[in-house]
Structures are given as structure tokens and as C-alpha cells.
Design a protein around this ligand. Structure first.
Ligand code: 5AD
Ligand code: SF4
Length: 409
């Protein structure tokens, strides 16, 4: 039996892509292992959104030289976004690398395996990963935006929405295998439209599948949260009340230069509309975009106050080759570091405050272990009694401690 070790970098799309690639390997006889030493195949699924992410993936590849030397029959597969960007250049630098499969080629991954001559012919049906409590379902690939700092459109290509029928079949299969929560994935997930099925239709349809208790989705783009969308989903309690909604900057001027397609005011309007439907909002912020002035940065700080985010992931701007922003003059690193520090200090207490605000509320909790689960708004909740994993309970909250709510159940 050949064994495959998988190292995944980056976003949840990549986690789902790794599952998909593993399925193809498993149907060719491979078994999953968490132990690199006993593996015959190493699959590295990579990210290139920031230089640091790409660097980590490539250094891991470098470290595999010795692993391969130990047993020359071992196979190394380098896949995903960094593989797409670096392409064939990698083969020159890492001649021991067997297969390169870029993010755009995921649909042809099975053909790539077969063309390599390194694997058996695919067999039947051994390939389903046991679903955890959350089943990841990719509903669209690629991105039609062209944010000036972002490399994703070039490594993942334009949007391609999967047929609604296939998505429902995938989600149903995962629910049947034990997933209670379905996470719909796409780079701009709420831009989904396939023939007559909109994103709101899809959410409502998935929520009606037997066994599905809750639906999450990531990552949406602010402009697709229209009043019509909110109207279509607001009465569906299975749609989790948490969205990760990247803002990137609080300055309208910088947002325009980033080509985000919205202003500060429009973003805040979306936040208010989502909050009025009970959504809890987290975000991504980039500091030190080349044209960001001290005043622009202050606008980001004030937006954080106004939006009352649940959490914010903050990144230093990283120039990506081939993107329009990469041609602009960089700000000095010390300014980026200073701004990141100030922002991190500001966002540090956000989650604690959001947790504290839940005391006295009633929450529906999906149990991820016997005594702990997640509320619809993504808060962690500790229960007094024990429940079967995967069950959903309704309870009031008696206190909060840091990022944990304590149930009165
Ligand atoms: N530099 C820094 N951060 C970036 N992101 C995307 N591109 C860059 C870049 N060039 C961040 C954005 C995005 C998250 C996934 O990564 O905040 O939402
Ligand atoms: Fe990148 Fe913008 Fe597309 Fe998000 S919406 S993947 S930031 S280009």
C-alpha cells in the first residue's frame, strides 16, 4: 500500500483542493498518513498570496530533497497557487520534483497523475475521505476581480461556477458521510450564479438537504451583499450568522487604488445591513499599500472602530510580481511594521469584546466535542452537560471568559 503525506498551505479553498487531490490518489491505491517518514508520496499544496506563504512552501520542498534521497522511489507532487506561479522553473531548481500541478489544473489532476506513469489505473470508490463535522464544498473557482495587489486572478484564472446539481450532490454526500455543517467555498463565493441558481438559492437549497444543520461560506465580496440577497436568506436559521468579509483598507482613496469596487461608506453600509440580520463580521486588512498615507491608515483604524469586527486578520502589504501594484514604489519596511503593530494592538481585544456582548443571549450550539461547540455566529461555547458530537442545542449564555462562552444549559 502506498502512503501519501499532505502538506497544505493557505486558505480553505486549498484545504478542499487537497481533499480533492487526495481522492484521486486514493482511488489509485494510496492511503493517507500523517507521518512523512512512512510516506511514499508527498503532496504539497501551496499558496502564493503573499511572498512569505510561497517561501514557506518552497522551503518545505527544499527539505524534501533528503527525504527523496533516502528512498529514490518516493514521489513528490508540488501543487496549487505557488506551483502555478513558479511553473516549470521549479523543475530546474528542484530536479527531484516529480509532478507540478498548478491551481488552474486541478480539474485535470487525475490526467496529470495518469500521464506521469507513476500510478496504477484508478479503481472504484475507495476515495472518499471520512467527512469531519464540517464538509467543505467548492462551488466556484477563480476570481473576476483585478484587485491591484492580488495575484489570485492570475494563478487561479477567471470565475467558473460549478453546476448547482453537482454542488448539491457533493454536499448531500458529505452530509450522508456525517458532516453536520457544510462550508461553501469560492474566492468570491457570493458572486455564485449558475444558470437560474443564485447564491441565495444555493444556500437555501443546501440547507434543506437531510442531515445539514448549518451552512457557512467563505470568502464573500462586499459588493454582492445586496438587499435582495439578505431578504432571500434572512429567515433561514441554518445559515450561520458569521461572515468573513475582507475590507482591506478603511480609506476610500486606497480602496480605489486597490480597485476593490467599493468605498468606505458602501462597505460600512453592508456591515450595517448584515448586522441587522444578526451577522457577526470578521475581516482582512492590508497595511502599507504603496499609496497609503498616515491619514489613510488612520481611516483604517477608525473603520475598525465603526465596524466593530468580531476579528481582523492583518497583513503587511507584499508586492506580487505581475500585479499592477508591484510597479508602485514601496513604503519603507519600518512604516509597514509600525502600522501593523498599531493595528494589531487595536484588533487584539475585538474578539473578547464580541464574546462579552453575548452574555445573556440565547445561542444555538453545534457540538464539536461532548462539552464544546460553536454558535451560529462562530463563538466557542462550553456546555455544562455532555451531548453527542454533532447535536445542536439551544442555550442561554451566563458568562464569557476571553474567547469562550459558558452555557447555562
Ligand atoms: N499583500 C498582503 N496581503 C495580501 N492579501 C492578498 N494579497 C496580498 C498582498 N499582495 C491578503 C488580503 C486577502 C487575504 C487572503 O490576503 O487581505 O483578503
Ligand atoms: Fe484577489 Fe480581489 Fe479576487 Fe479577492 S476579490 S481573490 S483580493 S482579486
Amino acid at each position: 500500500m502506498t502512503k501519501v503525506f499532505i502538506q497544505t498551505y493557505g486558505c480553505q479553498m486549498n484545504v478542499a483542493d487537497s481533499d480533492e487531490m487526495f481522492a484521486h490518489l486514493a482511488s489509485r491505491g494510496a492511503q493517507y498518513t500523517e507521518n512523512l517518514d512512512e510516506a511514499d508520496i508527498a503532496l504539497i499544496n501551496t499558496c502564493t498570496v503573499r511572498d512569505h506563504a510561497e517561501h514557506r512552501a518552497v522551503s518545505f520542498l527544499g527539505r524534501l530533497a533528503a527525504w527523496k534521497q533516502e528512498k529514490p522511489g518516493r514521489v513528490i507532487i508540488f501543487a496549487g497557487c505557488a506551483a502555478q506561479r513558479l511553473g516549470k522553473n521549479l523543475q530546474k531548481k528542484y530536479p527531484f520534483l516529480d509532478i507540478i500541478s498548478g491551481a488552474k489544473e486541478i480539474e485535470h489532476f487525475a490526467d496529470t497523475l495518469d500521464a506521469s506513469g507513476l500510478f496504477n489505473a484508478p479503481g472504484k470508490d475507495t476515495h472518499q475521505l471520512a467527512s469531519g463535522l464540517t464538509g467543505y464544498v467548492t462551488i466556484m473557482r477563480g476570481c473576476n476581480f483585478a484587485c491591484s495587489y492580488c495575484i489570485v486572478p492570475s494563478v487561479r484564472g477567471p470565475v467558473k461556477c460549478l453546476p448547482a446539481e453537482d454542488i448539491l450532490a457533493d454536499a448531500a454526500q458529505k452530509a450522508q458521510a456525517g458532516a453536520k455543517e457544510i462550508m461553501l467555498l469560492g474566492q468570491t463565493v457570493n458572486a455564485y450564479q449558475f444558470e437560474n441558481t443564485s447564491f441565495a438559492d444555493l444556500l437555501n437549497q443546501v440547507s434543506r438537504l437531510p442531515g445539514v444543520e448549518r451552512i457557512r461560506f467563505t470568502s464573500p465580496h462586499p459588493i454582492y451583499f445586496t438587499p435582495e440577497f439578505l431578504d432571500a436568506i434572512k429567515d433561514n436559521p441554518k445559515i450561520a450568522r458569521h461572515v468573513h468579509l475582507p475590507v482591506q483598507s478603511g480609506s476610500t482613496k486606497v480602496l480605489q487604488e486597490m480597485k476593490r469596487g467599493y468605498t468606505r461608506e458602501i462597505f460600512l453600509e453592508k456591515v450595517r445591513a448584515l448586522k441587522s440580520c444578526g451577522f457577526n463580521i470578521s475581516t482582512d486588512i492590508i497595511v502599507g499599500f504603496p499609496t497609503e498615507t498616515e491619514d489613510d491608515f488612520k481611516e483604517t483604524l477608525s473603520l475598525v472602530d465603526e465596524a466593530e469586527f468580531f476579528a481582523a486578520y492583518c497583513f503587511k502589504y507584499s508586492p506580487r510580481q505581475g500585479t499592477p501594484a508591484a510597479k508602485m514604489k514601496l513604503l519603507p519596511q519600518n512604516i509597514l511594521e509600525e502600522r501593523l503593530d498599531i493595528l494589531l494592538n487595536k484588533v487584539r481585544g475585538l474578539s473578547d469584546a464580541a464574546y462579552q456582548a453575548q452574555v445573556g443571549s440565547v445561542q444555538e450550539v453545534l457540538l464539536e466535542s461532548e462539552n464544546k461547540g460553536r454558535a451560529s455566529g462562530n463563538f466557542w461555547v462550553k456546555t455544562r452537560k455532555s451531548y453527542p458530537v454533532g447535536s445542536v442545542i439551544k442555550t442561554s449564555i451566563e458568562k464569557a471568559d476571553g474567547t469562550l462562552l459558558f452555557a447555562r444549559d
